[in-house]
Design a protein around this ligand. Structure first.
Ligand SMILES: Nc1ncnc2c1ncn2[C@@H]1O[C@H](COP(=O)(O)OP(=O)(O)O)[C@@H](O)[C@H]1O
Ligand SMILES: [Mg+2]
Length: 324
């Protein structure tokens, strides 16, 4: 459905005229609507591309890598939306082959209204409503873990940060969430899926945007741990709750821990999950915030090396200051 709306020629010109160090100076007018660890999300301000969100992944070094990624991306979206029953935005993929450097895949999604994205929604919610919203997210997550439990070989991973969820149609006018409220999972660009315990995405792809002087370190010490946590319900929920500190809603954290533990003991009793503690959430957040800000600082340093010292092109767009 989205595929037919993507103007490939325009996208080629967009990529060509893009200055990753100063993305706002792009030849074709575009606005950044989100940053991730690897991708940058744009809207292109041209009439025909209105209503589309473009997630740029400049990380591919061969056609085979692109084929594998696309196949996995399709499978992940299909599993979530059809087999598991979690809505995803309509989507399409577009390949761009720049003259030099890595090849690029744009993961194009229907652009959802900014005020339907959950990290925005919680700005205006009282604590009780935030609890309800998190219960809805836990219910959606439960579907994934039930699916995983039903499978012998396949496991699906989920990055359940609050900013990865949107409410279809935005917050209901009544300001209450109920069984019928549909939640949409946005972050399908990192298709986490294991078959017989083997991660299906080529882990090298994650490391492409990492500074070259760190790649071996991350590979040997961290990557498995980082990916493991997306398959562990307890840890995915710790991450979701700790995220509320980043979203400046730290006051609601103790209440959310209580909520999650209740949910673990009742709705998820069959999984025998360890209850979450405040200490755990706090130290998780501190560590996570430290690692990501250190990582970002090292990427900036890498960009500095490339552009100012080595005088080589630098392909990645780095976020500005992140408020924590
Ligand atoms: N389809 C979309 N419509 C509107 N905003 C989006 C869309 N997809 C992503 N965004 C914005 O960009 C942010 C990051 O997108 P996401 O897919 O989670 O990328 P990442 O994997 O890099 O975290 C989201 O939190 C949201 O604010
Ligand atoms: Mg995300």
């Amino acid at each position: 459905m989205i595929k037919g709306r993507i103007d490939i020629e325009l996208l080629k010109r967009f990529e060509k005229g893009l200055d990753p160090v100063n993305p706002h100076k792009s030849e074709i007018p575009a606005r950044i609507i989100g940053y991730g660890e690897i991708s940058t999300i744009f809207e292109i301000l041209v009439h025909s591309q209105q209503g589309l969100a473009f997630k740029r992944l400049p990380i591919f070094r061969s056609h085979l890598e692109m084929d594998q990624y696309e196949e996995l991306f399709m499978e992940y979206n299909r599993l979530l939306s059809e087999d598991i029953g979690i809505q995803v935005p309509s989507y399409g993929l577009a390949r761009i082959y720049p003259a030099g450097g890595n090849m690029v895949i744009y993961n194009v999604q229907e652009k959802l209204p900014t005020d339907s994205i959950c990290n925005r929604i919680i700005w205006n919610l009282d604590h009780g409503s935030i609890v309800n919203l998190v219960i809805c997210i836990l219910k959606a997550m439960k579907k994934v873990w039930l699916f995983n439990a039903s499978q012998t070989r396949k496991k699906i991973g989920l990055d359940s940060q609050i900013s990865n969820w949107a409410i279809a149609g935005g917050m209901p006018a009544s300001n209450t969430l109920d069984e019928d409220t549909q939640f949409i999972y946005l972050d399908t660009g990192t298709p986490l899926m294991r078959i017989d315990g083997i991660e299906q995405i080529n882990p090298d792809l994650f490391l492409r945007s990492a500074p070259s002087f760190l790649v071996w370190l991350i590979k040997w010490f961290f990557l498995d741990d980082i990916l493991d946590r997306y398959y562990d319900f307890h840890l995915v929920v710790v991450d979701l709750i700790a995220n509320l500190y980043k979203e400046q809603k730290g006051e609601v954290v103790p209440l959310l821990i209580e909520t999650a533990n209740n949910f673990f003991a009742t709705e998820l009793a069959q999984f025998h999950l360890k209850p979450i503690t405040l200490k755990e959430v706090r130290s998780y957040y501190r560590e996570d915030a430290f690692i990501w800000s250190l990582y970002l600082a090292l990427r900036r340093f890498d960009r500095f090396l490339h552009t100012k010292i080595l005088r080589k092109p630098y392909q990645y767009i780095l976020p500005g200051k992140i408020r924590r």
